[in-house]
Design a protein around this ligand. Structure first.
Ligand SMILES: NC(=O)c1ccc[n+]([C@@H]2O[C@H](COP(=O)([O-])OP(=O)(O)OC[C@H]3O[C@@H](n4cnc5c(N)ncnc54)[C@H](OP(=O)(O)O)[C@@H]3O)[C@@H](O)[C@H]2O)c1
Length: 268
């Protein structure tokens, strides 16, 4: 699809990967609408029109969609990018925290897809759901996040198949670590269970990786190139190791070995 002349919606366009994607699409000649829970608090770059959207409740999504006449904007590209993480031990997590994450990252995103997909089918448009490398390599102490992203990737694969005959295109976009405010925005709950050192080590690994990771513009460029080339299906982005080598090695290696490697990496 030629990006120039399209209309695009990018959720979570106030920072990080979403902001970079919104800017990349705008610089490619797309008319872009970007969402935030609090759009008035942000200085939006030229070419991006702010919309207010909280993915936290399915009801609020429908209200936002209708009150801002999003259907009438006739988007050609919809990028479901908004999201956040939750880091904590599952066995003593508040279930409200888990539900809030699943509501926003999985149920809310599916609700927005339900509203947007009929128009995308009609216009032979593009749906992009931003999942994560956590679908391939779940991160310890991020069980709700892993579940949400694996669920989102499974859902996206169904949409790829269901809509392929219509001419609509769908991408399951899986970034590896990308240097954004994701970690600092992550909800962190400390475990009261002894053996706390294990959680601290995992957190240190996550912090180490993200500080050395590529800028969000790398992910945005990759996505724009894929859209221009009409690519569909799973697209990974990030370092060469995370986006190419690790998924390939994981496919060729027994699961038990991958798990042992993961355990050693996070806990030693
Ligand atoms: N950074 C990474 O290493 C990485 C790796 C894999 C996947 N991802 C995924 O990439 C996406 C973007 O993350 P990022 O790294 O760019 O993080 P970020 O800089 O923290 O940006 C998150 C964006 O999501 C929006 N958002 C958060 N909670 C929301 C909610 N309940 N409703 C609506 N909008 C919400 C935020 O907007 P407001 O606060 O303005 O509402 C913000 O624009 C996420 O889905 C994340 O899971 C990131």
């Amino acid at each position: 699809m030629e990006i120039k002349g399209t209309k695009a919606l990018v959720t979570g366009a106030s920072s990080g990967i979403g902001k970079a994607i919104a800017e990349r699409l705008a610089s490619g000649g797309s008319q872009v609408w970007g969402t935030s829970r609090n759009p008035r608090a942000i200085e939006w770059p030229e070419g991006i029109t702010p919309l207010e959207l909280d993915l936290g409740s399915a009801e609020s999504i429908e209200t936002a969609w209708n009150s801002q006449s999003m259907d009438a904007l006739k988007f050609d590209i919809v990028v479901n990018n908004a999201g956040f993480g939750f880091f904590g031990r599952f066995s003593n997590a508040e279930f409200d925290d888990i539900e809030a994450l699943l509501d926003a990252l999985l149920i809310g995103t599916m609700k927005l897809c339900r509203l947007a997909v009929p128009g995308l089918i009609e216009r032979r448009g593009y749906l992009v759901n931003v999942s994560s490398m956590a679908t391939d390599f779940p991160v310890p102490f991020m069980s709700a996040y892993n579940a949400a992203k694996a669920g989102l990737s499974g859902f996206t694969e169904s949409v790829v198949i269901e809509t392929s005959a219509s001419g609509m295109k769908t991408i399951d976009f899986r970034p590896g670590d990308i240097c954004t405010a994701f970690n600092s925005n992550m909800i962190r709950k400390n475990s009261k269970i002894p053996n706390e050192g294990c959680m601290d080590r995992v957190w240190k690994r996550i912090e180490e990786r993200i500080s050395k990771s590529p800028a969000p513009e790398v992910a945005a460029d990759k996505l724009a190139r894929c859209i221009s080339k009409d690519r569909t299906g799973t697209i990974r982005t990030g370092t060469f190791f995370q986006s190419k080598l690790a998924p390939l090695l994981a496919r060729l290696t027994p699961n038990s070995l991958v798990r042992s490697g993961n355990l050693a990496y996070y806990t030693k």
